[in-house]
Write a new protein. Structure first.
Length: 286
């Protein structure tokens, strides 16, 4: 986003900001540990529950294609959704996670979705904090568990379950999903590569949810962002779907990433339509 901001200013013949910081070339793991956060013992996270989301068609990585579809929603709808959350003491992120879990029930191969992987911007977690103008990878994740016996379709009820778990991570009472080691053994990397490239009949972890938030604070007057390119990670076959939300000056954007043929265009369309319908119904009921 820093690069986009600079390019935007250059094209508009405006003076560029002079940033003093440099690209972050090392892992943020040590900074998270210094701040008191912990990670899982395993190098690679796998769902520990009874979650079993089958792929629709098996395919080696060379035959997988990262895809995405996006939907727009008025900013007013998101503002109303945030008000609902505030009234019920849950954050917007927890609501998005709850909607992601409930919407999965319309997908034909759905079976007991018990996990949501929440992506977090870890810059503010580090000690010292990492400034916004740094360039690097700052994403961390945490696993949110939904009891398999929960059949409620009430978004707020499920959001409260997730909010409690999110708070536990932020308070450093629960670990982040990723292992915080800053170095890895070669055998671990080889093993992970072998697992990812091997034939698979199911996904090993849950749906990824990322509430990026207001992008206008990151890139000033840019009206559109191409986040679909980030969906290339979906070809690893670990997560069935990735849901990213962000807002611009004009709209709230929901991007649904998936990997063909592990999941079909038909299934992701059913999921995305259900996701958006749930949010619309919540805001219409106000």
């Amino acid at each position: 986003m820093t690069l986009f901001s600079d390019l935007d200013k250059y094209l508009r013949n405006e003076k560029k900001d002079r940033f003093q910081s440099l690209p972050l070339l090392e892992s943020i793991a040590s900074r998270l540990e210094a701040a008191g956060y912990s990670g899982e013992n395993e190098v690679e996270h796998k769902n520990k529950g009874n979650f079993q989301w089958a792929v629709e068609k098996e395919a080696p990585p060379s035959e997988r294609t990262a895809c995405a579809i996006s939907y727009l929603m008025p900013l007013e709808a998101i503002r109303l959704l945030a008000e609902i959350g505030k009234k019920n003491q849950v954050k917007l992120t927890a609501i998005f996670c709850a909607v992601a879990a409930i919407a999965a029930r319309v997908v034909p191969v759905y079976k007991n979705l018990t996990e949501i992987i929440l992506a977090l911007d870890a810059r503010g977690f580090c000690s010292p904090n990492i400034p916004l103008d740094h360039i690097g990878s700052f994403s961390e994740t945490t696993s949110l568990q939904l009891p398999s016996n929960i059949e409620s379709t009430n978004v707020i009820d499920i959001a409260k379950i997730f909010q409690e778990q999110i708070d536990s991570v932020l308070l450093k009472q629960s670990p982040l999903t990723k292992n915080l080691r800053s170095d890895y053994k070669m055998e671990d990397i080889i093993r992970m590569a072998a697992e990812i490239t091997a034939p698979q009949n199911s996904f090993s972890a849950g749906i990824v949810v990322s509430n990026v938030g207001d992008m206008t604070r990151m890139a000033e007057k840019i009206k559109y962002f191409e986040i679909r390119e980030g969906m290339v990670t979906q070809t690893n076959g670990i997560n069935p779907i990735m849901v990213i939300n962000y807002t611009t000056f004009r709209n709230s954007v929901f991007v649904f990433g998936y990997c063909e043929p592990l999941i079909s265009r038909c299934s992701i369309s059913m999921y995305a339509n259900e996701y958006m319908d749930i949010i619309k119904k919540m805001t219409w009921d106000i």
